[in-house]
Design a protein around this ligand. Structure first.
Ligand code: ATP
Ligand code: MG
Length: 709
């Protein structure tokens, strides 16, 4: 066994170095720059260091924007920038394209007729509006509409334009549904995720003053994971930086894994054409993985066509061979992963002094689809291994959290009809479907929002006095809450406000009344408490952190806070790193790294995903999908620093059936040395435990002998 390479899971220290190519990219300040390099070569590190360099060169932190792919990546970059540059890092705008869009629309959306209090709809909100707009309750149909409308929006088309270029009746019908959908969004003062890119683009394209303002405000824009931007995002970037092209984009064409969501490698191809003075920097040294891991990664990505050829090398030593583990079933696989984690930890303990103890956070299990996490969760619980699931069901998708969010959204934006309907019904307050139906019809007739309709003099002509009374009571309560919310600043005040509000609407009782089991209701109530605490913390001021220390957080208004909730997927996105094993989808693992990685369920049908279901009629499409799956495998392999295990299942579930499992073609493509790769972690664990017991007995005997002496 070769000795472990000197890799640590800790963040780099502030003074850590850069190689020559990285320095070249960091020091190139005045023109467009593209860093194009493979995984783990320090692209993200270039961005963080360049922020510091730009400030050093005289830019104000506020003039710098760094755009990341996820909120989590933004939080991490903020941390790294802070430890590198200190306080000035606070002023730098580090966020996702979507969060940047929120900021632009909040500042300048009025030019598009958008109020500052607009709401952001999540995918569930969108589908319920589409159900209404298109008159269908079939979830699959509505989902198809949602995808198609999103695709049109990403191509920069509105309903009228989509209708004009529609081919066939089906597309024409869809364009009409899109038109209804657009009307509703504008009536509700709401935007969807695509609008957070599309509307800022419209702003920059059509409003010169706004464009000039942003170009003057931003001295440099940095973009991480550039290969996964879509066409609209690229247009936004171009208009933000203007003709001088002061930007730095970093990316890797081999890691483009969001083609299914409209990301396009054309953005990479276009850069040198749109910016002839573009400086292209290539990085070739990988600082993350051992040679054994890197070789497997290079072999897998080999068959894909290359946009830019690159050769990656690592100086971290050969390291442990990549292991292929065959498992009988998902449950068996989970047991094997538990055994692997335990044996790696035990092995580290047994090693000579100076070896690094393996913490839980050093381990990660990656899989293709969310539902594959379940067996691991069960096995980890049984073995008492702490873990977190990232990229799975969003905390904010839970019914109880959506209830509370809809109330908050309604406080901020009274005109948001979907939020109005959800809030008025939770908890129930004797306002039924008939009343709401009549109110909706009234609002439609007079082009009012539901909230505005409550106090209209003529509402009494369509509803009985009792119903009008209940509705107005609800309206008055909202007004009162809004009045109080506006006056609560800081953590303590916000917490008090939230506690009072939950008591007033009797939300706890609502949960217990609605659930068949007390246990479920209690879990939901506990989520509500977590949520309230989190909201209060985000209102800023002086708060006590997890370690009991008093810290001062930047104050946020309720408006800002509530507006960005829809962009978050987990409540822990802003929390520091926890010492737990990570369970994650491959997509959510982009840009991250762990010392020990297990790729789970590397089977045909899972990774690559469901190619066999394709009827094969569109071979070009099939080839492209296979290439994207191969890039996903490459992303997975290159997350590992020191050890990598690749599992496949002899039997796997497909729908309700169990089918024979076939190892993924990507396993063969890794071209591992067959003699060394197979391993049964449970056997290894048994041997290690025996050795550990022997060592412990020896230590005890030695201690007893010393005492007796
Ligand atoms: P990915 O393609 O996965 O996003 P990346 O190219 O962004 O990877 P980073 O995450 O920036 O790579 O860097 C990978 C690892 O290598 C990190 O742990 C980083 O701290 C380390 N690293 C990068 N450059 C250097 C360097 N010059 N010296 C030492 N360590 C480095
Ligand atoms: Mg990166």
């Amino acid at each position: 066994m070769s000795s472990p390479p000197p890799v640590s899971s800790a963040a780099p220290s502030a003074g850590a170095g850069l190689n020559l190519a990285q320095q070249e990219a960091v020091n190139y300040l005045h023109g467009p720059c593209l860093v194009l390099a493979g995984a783990g070569t320090g692209k993200t590190r270039v961005i963080t260091h360049k922020i510091g360099r730009l400030i050093q060169s005289g830019l104000k932190p506020e003039q710098i924007a760094a755009i990341t792919f996820t909120n989590k990546a933004a939080a991490e970059m903020r941390e790294r920038a802070k430890s590198l540059i200190g306080k000035p890092a606070r002023g730098v705008l580090i966020c996702t394209f979507h969060a940047l869009g929120v900021r632009m629309l909040r500042q300048d959306g009025a030019a598009l007729g958008l109020k500052q209090q607009f709401s952001i709809l999540d995918s569930d909100d969108v589908s319920s509006i589409l159900k209404d707009a298109g008159g269908s309750t079939d979830a699959a149909t509505v989902r198809q509409w949602q995808w198609a409308i999103s695709r049109w929006k990403n191509m920069g088309l509105n309903a009228a334009q989509a209708g004009a270029q529609a081919s066939g009746d089906e597309e024409r019908l869809l364009a009409r549904i899109m038109a209804h959908y657009e009307e509703r969004l504008s009536a509700y003062q709401s935007v969807d995720f695509d609008d957070l890119i599309g509307l800022p683009l419209k702003l920059l394209q059509e409003h010169e003053a706004v464009r000039n303002k942003w170009q003057a405000a931003l001295g440099h824009v940095l973009v991480d994971e550039y290969q996964d931007t879509n066409a609209t995002q690229y247009e936004v970037l171009k208009l933000l930086v203007g003709p001088s092209g002061r930007f730095t984009a970093v990316g890797d064409d081999d890691q483009s894994i969001y083609g299914w969501r409209g990301a396009t490698l054309d953005n990479l191809k276009k850069l040198p054409l749109d910016y002839p003075t573009l400086k292209v920097v290539k990085l070739e040294q990988n600082y993350r993985s051992t040679s054994a891991i890197l070789r497997a990664a290079n072999n897998v990505i080999g068959p894909n066509p290359k946009l830019f050829p690159k050769t990656l090398f690592s100086e971290l030593g050969e390291g442990e061979p990549v292991r292929v583990v065959d498992c009988d079933s998902e449950e068996h696989e989970a047991e094997r992963v538990v055994a692997r984690i335990q044996s790696l930890r035990l092995g580290a303990e047994l090693q000579a002094a100076g070896s690094q103890f393996k913490e839980w956070k050093d381990f990660c299990v990656l899989y293709r689809a969310n539902h594959l996490a379940k067996p691991f969760e069960k096995a980890f619980r049984k073995a008492q291994i702490p873990y977190k699931v990232s990229g799975g069901q969003s905390f904010f998708d839970r019914a109880e959290i959506k209830d509370l969010c809809s109330w908050m959204v309604l406080l901020v934006n009274n005109d948001n009809n979907p939020a109005f309907i959800r809030s008025v019904k939770t908890p129930k307050r004797g306002i039924g479907h008939t009343t709401l139906g009549a109110l909706s019809a009234f609002a439609d007739t007079y082009k009012l929002s539901l909230f505005e309709s409550l106090f209209s003099n003529s509402l009494g002509s369509v509803l009985p006095a009792k119903a009008v009374g209940s509705l107005q009571e609800f309206g008055r309560y909202l007004n009162d809450l809004e009045y109080r919310a506006k006056r609560c600043v800081g953590f303590e005040a916000a917490r008090l406000f939230l506690t009072d509000w939950l008591k007033e609407i009797d939300y706890e009782k609502h949960l217990y009344d609605g659930e068949e089991s007390e246990k479920v209701a209690a879990a939901r109530w506990s989520n509500v408490m977590d949520f309230c605490d989190w909201v209060a913390q985000r209102c800023g001021g002086q708060i006590t952190d997890a370690a009991g220390a008093t810290v001062e957080r930047e104050s946020k208004t309720m408006l800002e806070m509530v507006q960005t909730i829809a962009l978050l997927s987990t409540i822990s996105e802003r929390e520091g790193e926890q010492n737990v094993v990570t369970l994650s989808t491959l997509h959510a693992a982009k840009g991250l790294e762990w010392p020990h990685v297990v790729l789970a369920g590397v089977n045909e049908g899972l990774l690559p995903f469901k190619l066999e279901d394709d009827d094969g009629s569109n071979t070009e499409n099939l080839a492209q999908r296979l290439q994207e799956e191969r890039r996903l495998m490459y992303v997975g392999i290159t997350r590992a620093q020191r050890t990598l295990a690749v599992n496949w299942l002899r039997k796997r579930k497909k729908g309700r059936d169990m089918i024979a499992g076939v190892p993924s073609r990507f396993i063969a493509e890794m071209a591992l040395d067959q003699a060394t790769v197979k391993e049964d972690p449970r056997e290894k664990l048994k041997a290690l435990r025996a050795e550990f017991a022997k060592k412990s007995a020896e230590t005890l005997a030695a201690a007893a002998a010393a005492q007796g002496r």
